[in-house]
Design a protein around this ligand. Sequence first.
Ligand SMILES: Nc1ncnc2c1ncn2[C@@H]1O[C@H](COP(=O)(O)OP(=O)(O)OP(=O)(O)O)[C@@H](O)[C@H]1O
Length: 308
Amino acid sequence: MRPAIAVRAAGLGRRYGRSWALRDCTFDLPEGKVAALVGANGAGKSTLLRLLAGVLTPSEGSAEVFGAEPWLRGLSGVGFVAQEKPLYRGFTVAETLRMGRAMNPGWDQAYAAALVDRAGLGMRTRVGALSGGMRASLALAVALARRPRLLLLDEPLAEMDPIARQDAMRTLMVEVAETGLGVLMSTHVLADVDGVCDYLLLLDRGRVLLAGETDDILAEHRIVVASHRAERTDFGPHRVVRTQVSERQVTALVRRDGELVGDGWVVSEPTLDEVVVGHLLASAQSDSGGSAESGSEAAAQSGSGAAA
Ligand SMILES: Nc1ncnc2c1ncn2[C@@H]1O[C@H](COP(=O)(O)OP(=O)(O)OP(=O)(O)O)[C@@H](O)[C@H]1O
């Protein structure tokens, strides 16, 4: 049976004035996944999350969250924690939870209290007196206590110290395992979610470079090192994302098309970080030198490669 889809985006785009922040964004995110939304500053991550949360409307294309357009259905079943945490600085932690309870029919007060306790937040502390990381923990607790099916998080870990990050990730993972919660979270630091995320969405200057299950993405990519004495170094028919040529060898990140063997080649599995960095560098390179979005792939397919 095919998994249910939590988010479906098709040709989704948004511009501010004449500048496109997100363009032609197409992907399906199955339910219950922990998805990392990765990309450099200004890649369009917040714009995508805000579109999916229904606080922005698209300029083109469509998006559905649990089968409905988010800007029409509101946030039912979906929790959203924006980058600028939506909390009242004059409220205490207890008042913040009380307001959450009053505003959300499905609110789980015991769970909210347990989460703020675990994060070491005193109930009587004013939000304005909390550090950025503590505020992020509180915002996460408020979002989780609504018991959403999908949580959209915009850089939730950015201001947390390493222990708070680990705690927050652990809390999320328990929730995912126990309730089937899905999470789509933006981050600059892939290391924070590597080994935890099972879906990757990589944006680059408003475009989707990669979207899919991390296992599938890792399975289709390989790093190939070929000495110049190797039988061949064009790697066809595999699609080369990026190559680096040194005096002694050619190193390539390739998307394989079937078995990947060559005389004098050393083939290994890349890490997710290597895949992401390879695609980002290839995209930057094709923009400065080539034309197409996957210019380095096209160049390499024709056998020329794209030397770094
Ligand atoms: N309200 C706005 N008005 C005008 N331009 C905007 C607005 N919000 C975002 N942009 C522009 O849209 C592009 C994408 O921004 P967005 O905030 O979605 O990126 P991001 O990947 O979340 O960046 P960051 O990692 O820095 O948070 C950027 O060029 C940004 O300057």
